[in-house]
Design a protein around this ligand. Structure first.
Ligand code: SF4
Ligand code: SF4
Length: 80
């Protein structure tokens, strides 16, 4: 999954573009739920949140590295 760093300015443009509803406002800034983020695999060619973020604060989560196959399997799980 991807993660949002503390550079986030809480602009809220990423939350509505996430196809998996993985983004929400956390205690201080926006957060991505690792169990819901497929890095947009299955929905789009590129991570939509990364495209829209004005401050480029969304990065691969070093604590949740996933292969393309694993992301596709997560997509299949989430969409039933
Ligand atoms: Fe949502 Fe895609 Fe961003 Fe993951 S990469 S949080 S699925 S918009
Ligand atoms: Fe934070 Fe970027 Fe999302 Fe805006 S688009 S809320 S700056 S992560």
């Amino acid at each position: 999954s991807l993660k949002i760093t503390d550079q986030c300015v809480n602009c809220d443009v990423c939350e509505p573009v996430c196809p998996n509803k993985a983004i929400s406002l956390g205690r201080e800034y926006y957060e991505i739920a690792p169990d819901l983020c497929t890095e947009c695999v299955g929905h789009h060619d590129e991570p939509q949140c990364v495209i829209v973020c004005p401050v480029e604060c969304i990065i691969p989560d070093p604590e949740h590295p996933e292969s393309p196959d694993a992301l596709l399997a997560k997509y299949a799980r989430l969409t039933g």
